[in-house]
Write a protein that binds this ligand. Sequence first.
Ligand code: 6LW
Length: 503
Amino acid sequence: MPSAPERDNTVSNPVIPGFHPDPSICRVGEDYYLACSSFEYFPGVPVFHSRDLVHWTQIGNALDRPSQLRLPPDTRASGGLYAPTLRHHDGRFWLIVTNVSGDGNLLFTATDPAGPWSDPVPLPGVHGIDPDLAWDDDGTCWCTVAGVSQIRLDPYTGETLGESRRLWSGAPGAKAPEAPHLYRIGDYWYLLIAEGGTERCHGVSIARSRTPEGPFEPCPANPILTHRGTDHPVQNTGHGDLVQGPDGSWWMVFLGVRPQGGTPGWHVLGRETFLAPVTWVDDWPVVGEVALDMAAPPWPLHAPQVPPVRDDFDLSELGHAWISPRSRPAQHCTTKERPGWLSLRARGLSMDDPEVTFLGRRQQHLSCRARVLADPAEGRGGLAVRLDEQHHYEIEAAPGQVQVIARVGPFRSTVASRSTPSGPVVLRIEASTTREVTDARQGPDTVTLGLEDEQGTFVELTTLDGRYLSTEVAGGFTGRVLGMYASVGTVHFDWFDYEALED
Ligand code: 6LW
């Protein structure tokens, strides 16, 4: 359904906010599909659909069965699944991805990108992260990995053919040539890569050749995208993939971050998926301006699907956005035990444990509010905002009592507590960005934790500096996830609200 663009003929970037890095995109007729990294979370590799490149709806997760995704208990935070490539070829979708926590490179296929996806085809002969797939007209399949090197592949069996060959590694001496994507566009084969590392020096460079095997000639204007050394509000721009718009124009999806606060700037939502226009000059792509409010593309836009604030847990299946660290949510979360409620069964582990019973969704807005109605009569648990098991804040309910716990690196503290009437309690976490920076040491946002009294009035227990739940402090590749957990017994949740707030 076409609709008016959001504001003054602009649309908002990031087009997929929150921890959705390493986007890979493909177009099939009028439909676009996009996949991202998911690291230690289950299910893995979120898959999105769009008709206009701007508004995206998650249609599934490619790896949603234990036969597809094994995340051993010792999977480290920011381990697991890295950087998929999504392509459509020969009437089916192909997804190639690395599980750095054990299974290496894996290939999956599907006729419908919403799933089901096949069981994995192992690729023992493909060594390196960020695998890409490209096909020549004669059906030859090239698999290109970070480094950057290439090997021929039989994608049906996973067998590699011949030796791996080094292709092109970007600017001499540049760090981390990675995220390769190989395309045939016009008379050339283009090799798009990221370089400089996924931090502030990230960038995208390109080279071209008359054949998929090279030799590759670097673009004189490399890097074709980088925000290094600028004060652009979108930083760490890199890891791109190219696609044609509905009108034949070219676009790039790529990852970027939105640091907030003073020096050095902290990003808390992880690396997000952005969109930028691309034009061609002398058969080289030129990436246009990256704008938070970008000019709306010149084709009909499809009404943004505003997701409902509340998940009532009235359906037997959980929505696609819900994720758990290292284990399948169905192992410890059920809507069948108490109809209309989600029941989380603790495994004797707290938010400090890698395998905590936690079900969350990505924080997608700089300022937002999460609320739950929790019934702790049979246990202990609550609402948490988590970057990893060593960096999280939570408000935990037990019969007759709530407490706020903060864990930052090796330090863990109960920072506030309060007695409550027995029975279910509404818990709340609010993140609020501090856009106006008045102090160079100012953090990116504040995180307020509290509960609602019987009249529904918010009772704040504490407000904490958000910097401790940022990538600049915790390290790694993920972003904040907001959700419910149980540390003792079973905790029931009637609903979970997530609402964007004005920045
Ligand atoms: C990914 C690499 C990268 O494999 O970060 O920014 C790594 N790019 O390409 C993890 O997402």
